[in-house]
Every structure is written in structure tokens, then in C-alpha cells.
Ligand binder design. Structure first.
Ligand SMILES: C[S@@+](CC[C@H](N)C(=O)[O-])C[C@H]1O[C@@H](n2cnc3c(N)ncnc32)[C@H](O)[C@@H]1O
Length: 504
């Protein structure tokens, strides 16, 4: 981090959260004569003469610094002690930019930039989340308005701090009012990596490192999403989003443009909660009575999903809610009754959302109406780890198949003309994966597929008055259906090239 700095030993330097003084030691070794530090822990603060035992948040900072360097504390507001909350509540910068959804580190970043001279540098190591969470929008906009980033290192869950599993970034920001801004160097790990001195040296030199992509990006703009992707990828995503724009008519008089999203064509719902899956699962070797067959469902869990199709379903006990007495349960469903006995205690101890819950009932049959409805559906794991693969598993399931909690279901809305196979092929396209990686909810290497992030995926509707587009749709749907029957990915390349034509 220190070698990212362009300052020399005459620089005036600030370490706003000095801790044990790792940066201070290094700065001294470099020969820096003027260092100011802040630290609230008296024991730590006493270790270095240049460190004041005071809060950086409340401190009156009259000096303007050449360099602010450090590792700010990061704590969610709700986890802060009363003393810290009180200090923030009285702080003008906090009140101007932040609120109780924000993180303590945000004010350290913002106040540090305030304390810089024009041309001064901020070099911080911190978690990655502020670069994309909604609650850090004002911080990102502040950065955009007050200078530019020259370097961004994205370590993607690589272990840096013992015991912490956050995704870490190191950045160098230069305070500047110049409207002409240089590009920034970005080094991004595609997955968790082992960091060694040699790797760090290579990162600084921008020489190849396994799993690291180097990019030269334009500065981010206010109110826009910060996308750390190469220019060609960003351009392809821009084209995709432009291709998804449709005209909407408000009351038949006014026309406006909007980007069509998955929300416009699909209902999305997270799977149902049994409360103890293993107790509800019925082994294949049990001969069920007709009542039991009728009152059981076939379920796909996240582990059963692959790209395009699902593997083997599991049968689950699914007794109607009007069976409320154990004697009835035992009489009508003898095999279910026997099957559930070993787990009875655990079932009774389930959290039941405030309801009286017989042990043979599911905890929460949310969206049951949607799941029991007609038509094929698309299932996707609601959390997907993407470190080892460059796709997400959207799988087609037939009518009558249900998702449990670890799966999100996607159902075509009434009146949508695009086929479910087209929607499936579209969601599995590599460009959609890139969109999800850059614009979706990604924490470290885990993509989240709850209703909201899935809804916001841009959707390329077919222009049905175009013969070519109609033809493309039909071909894509047919090839996808055939591929699912054969359970071979043979057609994927052709399907993706047809989709590519629609997405450009
Ligand atoms: C992540 S550690 C920094 C470690 C440090 N860079 C080092 O070299 O050891 C954050 C430090 O910030 C301190 N801290 C927390 N709130 C503070 C505040 N309001 N003002 C100054 N320091 C603070 C903590 O006590 C902790 O030592």
C-alpha cells in the first residue's frame, strides 16, 4: 500500500485509525518526518508519540494532508456501541451523507478525503461492499465528485486478515477538482487466492498472476453502478441493456422508454420451508398408498439443478392442512407416520412462525398457489457460488415439481408470448451471467437469487412483428427443448449465437 503512494518523505501523513501502528512504523522507516495518528484505544495509542488518543470522527482536523493511509474500522451502525452512535449523531458529515443503514468505515473514508490537500492521496484497505451496496451510494458519489481513483485491487475473499472472510479491496484515490480524469488501473482476483510477497509484487508491477485480471477503466460516474469489468464486457452489457429497452404506452397517449426486465415477464418466488427437510423426504423404496401418493410432492433441491435441466427429484410428505389430529395422520398415511417418528422431537421444536403446527405439516408453504399452478417453471439455486464456474444453474422443471427454500422458482406470467424454453435459454446465456456478476447481488463469490435481484435482470423481448426475431425465438425454443430431452449440451453454442443476435 505504501509503495502505491507517489509522496516522498517530506509528505504530511495521517493515519486515522492507527491501531498497533503498522503503517506508522513503515512510514517512519521510509523517513517520514510528519505523521499524525488517531486511535481511541489508550493502550494502542500510547505506543507511538505521533498518535493522539482521540476519536478521528470527532477530531477537529485543521491540517491538510498529502497522504492519508490506513485500515479504517468497519462496523455496521447497528453493531456500534452507544458512545459511537452518540458521536455520529452529533457529527455534521455523518448527518449530511449517512444514516443508520451505513457502516462506520464510510465516515472514515469521507472525512479522510476532506482532510486531504488538493492532489493528496487516500490509500485504504477495507471491505469491498461499499463499492456496490445501495447504502453507500452517497459515499460513492462523494468520491466521484472529489477526485479520481488511480488504483483498485480487488482481492475477492483472499485471506488477508486472520479470521475475517470479507472480500477486501485496496485503493488509491487522488483528491482533485480537475474535470479531466485519468483512467484507473484495476487488478481483480476472479476467486479467492493465496497471497504471497511475490504475488503482491507482481500485482504492483501488473505482471501476470494466476486468477487476476488487469483492466484499465474509465472513472466511475455519479449515480451509476461501479462495474469492475473490462471495457469490452461493459460495452456488451450496455448493448444488452439497450436491446432490452421497449416503448411503453401510458394511458395510450404518452409513450416512454423503459428497460424490460425479468419482472415484466415472470413471477418469482423463493421455495417453501419444511423446517426439517430430512424428515419429510420419502425414500424411493417405500410403497406408498394411493392417499400417500396424492399427498406427496416432487421437489428439486439446489443440488439437483444443472444448467438447463434438473436431475433427480425427491418425494416429500405434503399432507393437507385439514389433517390436524395425529390419529388421522397415522390412519390415512401409515408410511408417512412411521417415517417421521425418528424426527418427531426435532419437528416439534421447529420455528413455526407463531402458528400451532402439527409435526407432519410444513412450516411455511409460501407461494404455494404459484407452485401448484400450471405450466413448466425455471428453478435456480437461491445462492450460487461462482468462484469455480462461469455460469449459474437455471434449470427447467415440469408442472407439479416444487422448490424448497434453497431454490427460487421463476414462472411465466399470463399473456407472455415468449416460451419458457426461450426464457430459460436466455437466462443461461453467458452475457446474462456477466450481467449478474456485475450488476446483481454478489457477496464475495456468492450470487444471491432472491426475488429482487432476479427481477431486475434485463429481459430481451421478441419483436413479434419481425420475421427474423420470431424465427430466432422458435429456433431457440426448439433447440433448448431438444437439448433438455436428450440431456446433452450439444445445442448450447448454436442457441447462444442466436441469442447473441438478439442481445447486440
Ligand atoms: C482495523 S484497525 C486498524 C489497524 C491499524 N492500521 C494497525 O496498523 O494496526 C482499526 C482501529 O481503529 C480504531 N478506532 C475505532 N474507532 C476509532 C475512532 N473513532 N477514531 C480512531 N480510531 C478508532 C480501533 O481501535 C482499531 O485499532
Amino acid at each position: 500500500m505504501l509503495s502505491l503512494s507517489k509522496t516522498d518523505k517530506n509528505a504530511i501523513v495521517l493515519e486515522p485509525s492507527a491501531g498497533e501502528g503498522v503503517f506508522i512504523e513503515l512510514l517512519k522507516r521510509k523517513g517520514c518526518a510528519r505523521i499524525d495518528g488517531y486511535e481511541i484505544d489508550p493502550e494502542l495509542a500510547a505506543q507511538h508519540e505521533c498518535v493522539k488518543c482521540a476519536s478521528f470522527i470527532g477530531a477537529e482536523i485543521a491540517t491538510r494532508y498529502d497522504l492519508v493511509i490506513g485500515n479504517p474500522p468497519y462496523v455496521r451502525w447497528k453493531n456500534l456501541g452507544a458512545r459511537f452512535k452518540d458521536e455520529l449523531a452529533a457529527n455534521a458529515l455523518w448527518n449530511k451523507y449517512f444514516n443508520s443503514l451505513c457502516d462506520y468505515s464510510y465516515i472514515f473514508m469521507l472525512k479522510s478525503v476532506e482532510a486531504l490537500k488538493d492532489g493528496g492521496e487516500l490509500i485504504f484497505i477495507c471491505p469491498e461492499y461499499w463499492t456496490n451496496t445501495t447504502n453507500a451510494q452517497s459515499l460513492r458519489d462523494y468520491f466521484c465528485e472529489h477526485g479520481y481513483f488511480s488504483d483498485f485491487y480487488i482481492f475477492n475473499e483472499s485471506s488477508i486478515f486472520k479470521g475475517a472472510t470479507v472480500s477486501t479491496v485496496v485503493f488509491r484515490f487522488v483528491k482533485s477538482q480537475d474535470p479531466v480524469k485519468p483512467t484507473m488501473h484495476v487488478a481483480k482476483f476472479s476467486r479467492k487466492a493465496n497471497l504471497s510477497g511475490d504475488v503482491l509484487k507482481r500485482l504492483l508491477e501488473h505482471t501476470p498472476v494466476d486468477g487476476v485480471e488487469y483492466m484499465e477503466l474509465s472513472q466511475f460516474r455519479k449515480e451509476e453502478r461501479w462495474v469492475f469489468a473490462p471495457k469490452v464486457e461493459q460495452d456488451a452489457l450496455e448493448r444488452l441493456m439497450a436491446a432490452c429497452v421497449v416503448d411503453v404506452f401510458d394511458g395510450g397517449l404518452f409513450r416512454r422508454k423503459k428497460m424490460c426486465t425479468v419482472h415484466d415477464v415472470c413471477e418469482i418466488a423463493n421455495g417453501m420451508v419444511s423446517g426439517l427437510d430430512r424428515a419429510f423426504q420419502i425414500p424411493d423404496n417405500i410403497d406408498l398408498t394411493p392417499d400417500e401418493k396424492r399427498d406427496s410432492i416432487l421437489v428439486y433441491k439446489a443440488k439437483d439443478l444443472t444448467r438447463y435441466w434438473a436431475l433427480r427429484p425427491t418425494r416429500y410428505v405434503y399432507v393437507p392442512e385439514n389433517v390436524t389430529h395425529e390419529s388421522d395422520f397415522k390412519r390415512i398415511y401409515p408410511h408417512f407416520h412411521a417415517l417421521m417418528q425418528p424426527n418427531k422431537d426435532a419437528l416439534m421444536a421447529r420455528y413455526s412462525y407463531g402458528k400451532e403446527l402439527p409435526y407432519w405439516q410444513w412450516c411455511f408453504k409460501r407461494s404455494e398457489k404459484l407452485f401448484s399452478g400450471k405450466g413448466k417453471r425455471i428453478f435456480v439455486p437461491c445462492k450460487e457460488r461462482i468462484s469455480a464456474k462461469s455460469y449459474v444453474r437455471f434449470a427447467l422443471a415440469d408442472e407439479g415439481f416444487y422448490p424448497t427454500q434453497d431454490v427460487t422458482g421463476i414462472f411465466k406470467k399470463a399473456g407472455v408470448r415468449e416460451s419458457i424454453e426461450y426464457i430459460l435459454a436466455y437466462l443461461n446465456h453467458p452475457l446474462i451471467f456477466k450481467w449478474i456478476r456485475n450488476y446483481g447481488i454478489v457477496k464475495g463469490n456468492i450470487v444471491e437469487f432472491s426475488e429482487k435481484p432476479l427481477s431486475s435482470i434485463p429481459f430481451r423481448k421478441i419483436k413479434w412483428d419481425s420475421r427474423r426475431e420470431t424465427e430466432l425465438h422458435d429456433k431457440i425454443a426448439k433447440l433448448t427443448a431438444a437439448m433438455i430431452v436428450e440431456r446433452k449440451m450439444a445445442n448450447a453454442a448454436t442457441i447462444n449465437s442466436y441469442l447473441g443476435e438478439l442481445m447486440a
